[in-house]
Design a protein around this ligand. Sequence first.
Ligand SMILES: Cc1cc2nc3c(=O)[nH]c(=O)nc-3n(C[C@H](O)[C@H](O)[C@H](O)COP(=O)(O)OP(=O)(O)OC[C@H]3O[C@@H](n4cnc5c(N)ncnc54)[C@H](O)[C@@H]3O)c2cc1C
Length: 411
Amino acid sequence: MECWRKCDVLIAGAGPAGLATALFLVKNRPSLAGRIVAIEKSAHPRFKVCGGGLIPKTMLALDELGIPLEVPAVEVTRGEAATPVGGVDLSRGGDVLCTVIRRDRFDAMLARTASEAGVEIVQRDRVLDAAQGAGGVRVSTERGIYEGQVLVGADGSGSRVRRAVFGARKETIGRALMTDIAVDPERTPEFTGKRYRFDFRCVSGGINGYSWSFPCLIGGRPHLNVGIYDQRPREFAEKSGEQSRMIAELVAAFPELPLDGLKRHATRWHSFPIRWFDARDSYASGRVILAGDAAGVDPLMGEGISCAFEHGKLAANAICKYLDGDGSALQAYDRALHEGAVGAKLGKLAFAARHFYGPHYRLFFRLARTSRRAQEIAVDWYNGARHLDEVPTRRLITRWARAVLLGEPVR
Ligand SMILES: Cc1cc2nc3c(=O)[nH]c(=O)nc-3n(C[C@H](O)[C@H](O)[C@H](O)COP(=O)(O)OP(=O)(O)OC[C@H]3O[C@@H](n4cnc5c(N)ncnc54)[C@H](O)[C@@H]3O)c2cc1C
């Protein structure tokens, strides 16, 4: 028999964006426990194609929610980036640059925490459609009908909610593919040096992105997660076949790794879309808002977990106000995503993507290599370390100029 369920807040998708929204909602307003339903097509722990790199911004969000990271993780304190004009070494005096987890374990941890806090997660049910009227919003799923006051579309880059309510746009979808390789940690620089590696040389080959290699643990065993991101794969798809180009560039980036099997499909790999931020999009329509990949994340690196948490926090604040009778609160969420700290950061990353992946990429990579201090500020800003990404642009430029020109310490 078809189920019918009524609640206050409906969330499509129980990934980081949906779960962060739910967790911030019950944190802000404990009385919402039992009145939030998240609908998830899979069942946790479920596999998610992802490198699992958590930047410090995400760790701050977990702290804010009071959630200890109780899953196996590898901390990275150094980075190497190969670019078309030479290499860059990154470090912040031993500070953690990235914490690498596996998404099945991480998302399951978030789901468990949300369930314990009173969020109902309906698993193995897929959202098919969403419609809204004056009295509420109605979601049809494979197993029934759900009605609520507000709907959060947090169902990833292929969002059904987005398609149903906001219409489809495909030109802002990037793609990343990845594989995992078991390694001997004693002989692998990513483990011995606690480092991650990026390689942007594929930009010369026409890929708007980079290859990466992250140390990680799978079932307790050391592995490298390696992959490649292309912000605009459609440009290739029309010419030659996007994935074989991406695989060839990935193999070229890490020739010492046993990646040859990728070309022959002898080594298993996974590929998945990432929707990136475009300021022309809207994120609220009536009673429906979008969060995480469904809304659009970092265009430069394809990093999306910190965005999922940022969106979740803003969405929860807006929903609480909306339920209190502020009819403009969801539109204010849309404005915050465009004009607030997260919108400003994503806008700058979109600008950077246009230049680092544009026709004058050599000039921009050269500029990026000129000053060590400028690199440190860029890394802190990107990582959201010490909330640097929330500093207004003018103050940030002043700090940057003083650090680069006068040699003032970055902190
Ligand atoms: C190869 C690759 C590597 C990446 N590496 C990193 C990285 O290292 N660090 C980083 O920060 N980001 C990374 N990303 C991006 C990151 O994975 C996403 O930005 C992040 O998962 C977004 O979270 P989300 O909750 O918005 O979406 P998702 O994690 O996709 O969660 C959406 C959820 O909705 C569910 N769902 C989908 N459709 C429906 C439906 N119709 N009905 C019900 N449920 C549905 C899905 O099953 C899923 O659980 C990577 C992405 C890829 C592809």
